[in-house]
Structure formats: C-alpha cells, structure tokens
Design a protein around this ligand. Structure first.
Ligand SMILES: [Zn+2]
Length: 282
C-alpha cells in the first residue's frame, strides 16, 4: 500500500508515463488489445483496430512504439530490436518492397511520425509497422546482439518448455518453418528431443513464423554450445499390463541395437557421448 502512496488519486494513465525497460508493466494497454485478438499471418495487425487504439487515451501515444508493441499480450516472443539497428538502412535492404507504407511505418516505429493522420490511415500504418517489425526482427535475432537477447529469454524459459514428458521441462526456442512471411505460424523447437511443437500458449500460435525464421534456434545453439542440453537417450516404452507391447518393443530393440553400434563407432573416432543414464528402466 505504502509504495503507491505517491500515485493514489491520480488517473490510471499516470503509471504509464514511466518508460520501463521490460515492458511488462504496461498492462493497461496490453489488456485493451488482449481478448482473443491475434496477429494472423495475412492479417497482421488487424488487432489494432479502432477498439484498441482509441480507448487507450492520448497518453498511450507518448510511449515509445517498440516498447508498446512488446508490451502487448501475445508479443512476448519478440525481443527488443536496438534502435541503431533499425536506423541503419543497410539492415533494412529490400524491406521497402515487402511493406506497404514502408516509410510511414518506419517513422511510426521509430517514433518520428509527424504527419497528422486520420484514424483509418493510422491503423493501416500500424499494421505495416507491425509487419515491418517482424521482418526486421527476423534479421536482427540472428545477429550476435540479437542472439544474446534470445539467449536471455531462452534461459528464462520465456518461449515455454517442451511438452514431452521425458524432456523434463526443457526450455524451447522459437522457430519458423519458412523464411517467407505469411506461410506458417511460429513453432517452438526443443533442443533436447530435437523436435518441433506448437507453442504452448494459444496466443502465440498466430505469430508469423518468418518473424523468427528457420535459422534462429540452430544458429543460437551453435554459437552457444553450452546451452545444448545433454541427451539422456531416455524414451517412453509403451506397456500393456506392464508388458512391453510386442511390435513396438521389437522395433525399439532394433533401434537400440543400431544406436549402440553407432555409439561404438563414434567412440572409435574419439566422439564420446556422455551417457547420463542407460536407455532402459526395465
Ligand atoms: Zn523435447
């Protein structure tokens, strides 16, 4: 109670004046845009319809655009792109042909949009700005600085955890199935089972996968090899009344045999796989 004393009695917008870095606190704006709206590839930014923008009050426009964008519910996967990166035109090469209202969208994103625009035009530019942010994001996250930011998010498991039981809550990384916009939504990659999953939160399932790209998780793990989790070779064995299911068990035995042979061969080449635990528990 005490710590809020300075603010009691003020309007709710008051709290939004502070440019907080994390963008987590701006629930005011986020919740406006929140309910079941989503960024659908193809209709990106349709979210920011009149409902979103006008109710926020004039104060919301004083916030930095990127900060505001990142604070929206559903945009948690995105990392903050450094302004210097956006302002370096070299990094944006070719994007002007991909985004309508490119220049205005860029101005809006960098908080330098000075033109007085009607609501409809503004909403349109807003959509373009979101799309442009995503396209720049795809390039940014595979720079060393961008990777470092994604590593921080990965360490905090902000992209979620692998739903596979035997992966034991391994944090996942965002991954696109295509580098071309509007083809697929973003997926998450588990470095432990090396497989792809739908994002655990439904609100992330509509983010365009190209905003993260096909390269990100794999490049990240190559640049930060210490983040590659140890694989324990554990796998689920189907059983009926405690007995292994015959056909599956046969296939598994064969696979285990091949695996053991491969490991033996690798050992000859000096590759020692750290064997945390034996692959069976029977
Ligand atoms: Zn996994």
């Amino acid at each position: 109670m005490g710590h809020q004393a300075g603010r009691t009695g003020e309007t709710s917008e008051d709290s939004e004046d502070e440019p907080t870095g994390g963008g987590q606190n701006m629930t005011g704006m986020g919740s406006l845009i929140n309910n079941e709206t989503s960024i659908v590839p193809g209709g990106i930014g349709s979210v920011i319809s009149s409902a979103g923008m006008d109710d926020g009050g004039s104060d919301d426009f004083t916030k930095y655009w990127i900060e505001w964008f990142l604070s929206l519910k559903g945009n948690e996967f995105f990392s903050e792109i450094d302004e210097e990166y956006i302002l370096d035109r070299f990094n944006l090469t070719g994007l002007n042909t991909e985004v309508t209202n490119y220049q205005l969208a860029l101005d809006l994103m960098t908080d330098s949009l000075e033109e007085d625009l009607d609501e409809e035009t503004r909403a349109e530019i807003e959509r373009s700005a979101r799309h442009l942010y995503g396209l720049i994001h795809a390039r940014y996250v595979i720079t060393s600085r961008g990777l470092a930011k994604m590593v921080d998010k990965f360490r905090r498991a902000e992209f979620g955890k692998c739903p596979r039981v035997l992966c034991q809550q391994q944090p996942v990384l965002p991954c696109g199935l295509s580098d071309i916009p509007m083809e697929n939504s973003v997926k998450v990659y588990c470095p432990k089972c090396e497989d792809l999953y739908h994002p655990p939160q439904r609100r992330h399932a509509t983010i365009d996968g190209s905003y993260f790209g096909t390269t990100l998780p794999h490049l990240l793990l190559q640049v930060y090899p210490n983040l590659v989790p140890s694989k324990n070779g554990e796998r689920y064995v189907p059983r009926i009344f405690g007995f292994k299911v015959h056909e599956t068990a046969k296939v598994h035995r064969k696979q285990d045999q091949i695996r053991a042979e491969q490991e033996k061969r690798l050992l000859l080449y000096g590759v020692d796989k750290n064997k945390d635990s034996p692959p069976r528990d029977s």
